[in-house]
Design a protein around this ligand. Sequence first.
Ligand code: NAD
Length: 482
Amino acid sequence: MSQNKKALFIIFGGTGDLAYRKLYPALYKLYKKNYLNENFAVIGTARREWSDSYYQEVVYDSIQDIKESDQEAKEFASHFRYQSHNVNDTENYISLLKLADQLDEKYDIEGNRIFYLSVSPSLFGTVSSHLRAENLITENGFNRLIIEKPFGTDFVNSNALNNDILESFTEEQIYRIDHYLGKEMIQMLLALRFGNPLFKQIWNKHFISNIQVTLAEDMGVEERGAYYEQSGALRDMVQNHVLQIVSLLYMNEPSSNDSKAILKAKVDALKNLKAVNQENINQNFVRGQYTTSKDNPDILDYVSEHEVDPESNVETFIAGKIESTHENWEGVPIYIRTGKRMKAKNTQINIVFKKDTMNFFSTEEVKENILSIHIGPNEGLSLQLNNKQIGHAFELEPIDLIFNPSADAPDDYERLILSALMGDKTNFVHWDELAESWKYIDSIREAWSKAESPLYLYEVNTNGPTEANELLENNNDYWVWS
Ligand code: NAD
């Protein structure tokens, strides 16, 4: 069976950073691998007045580092057209329809359309209602709407945004991107958990002591100060990426590998998260903000960044102890930690197994077994075991079994765009997950506000405020990655 897919992509925000850095290279990789071939076209739209040829040059430029040959890159770019577009102007959608129909015929696309909204979420409702009203949605092919985070600012706002979109597209047609779900090692989590009897048996409170999720960034807010002032680390990282990872870690085995069964298991895991309130918030969550340090005088405080309020109380770091009420997970916290301007860029999950009482060795001699999933920048798995020290003495020493996936694994956007082409929604965020995660995030914000939770300053190039360590020390745990 041919793997070649037929589709017309209409990208709103075609002149933007995301389109240039991620979407065009991802489409090119799919082209190189023959998932896209003759039967595809892309219309880029945005406010700027660009010509087709200029747009094609931009696309060509975006794939310079990965192109196989000049000719192939030019052939790929020849499938792209540009339309200058005001999202509120009906006439623009009428000409977009004309162009879409022409390209559909030219490339024999059979009515399959992917609308990619790489624009601010405030435009999602307007664009989707025009797409419906001006008949861009076809009768003969599939119609899918891809949207980018942030999906709102809280539950109420996100619900309203969603209802706007639902007037024109069904939940089935909506593909919400959380690019973490396109990462090799995140997808590997399911394979690891449910494809290995070894891990399946021990993935519970009897064998796991705690789990640690770290999403550390070494950069500051850069040019995104205005956005970050509205979001902070809680909305920017925890609502989406961190809670997605938490649901994959805590979920029960789905009844099948069907996307609906996986979704149900993930939503149940989110519903089972232990409630956060004014009484327990300060024991379980720590908020921090980066500040300059003597060792790094050139790096700005958060409050001195461009478009940041000098009095800002917004958190650039958050650490927390998340728990589940499910009986399988009693007493097994997932410690989470994410922040900007931390010591090093690193995304990692550590599953720390329980120590056991043994006859053969003393407990002090035996280190915990730790399964580490390295998500980025280097991908891989490692499993810490206790082995006999090589030599005459009979003593233990920890060793790591290491696996590194091959360097040519597909990247997140390539994988997710292909999934959207195939109609596979497993790695996209469903409204039910979004609703649950926003409710949880809202409860943290509300508790912070009622408890007047402190904001701890941490120096740049560190792993956050020391108070984050106490979350673990109080339970006799420690950060594995420190
Ligand atoms: P950007 O500012 O670089 O580009 C925005 C695009 O939207 C531009 O093409 C602009 O012309 C277009 N646009 C804005 N207002 C418009 C209007 N009224 N009518 C028509 N076009 C309009 O932004 P970006 O970084 O490309 O991000 C796009 C979306 O993706 C945002 O919602 C962002 O939050 C999200 N996102 C971006 C990244 C990233 O790495 N850049 C990562 C995750 C999510």
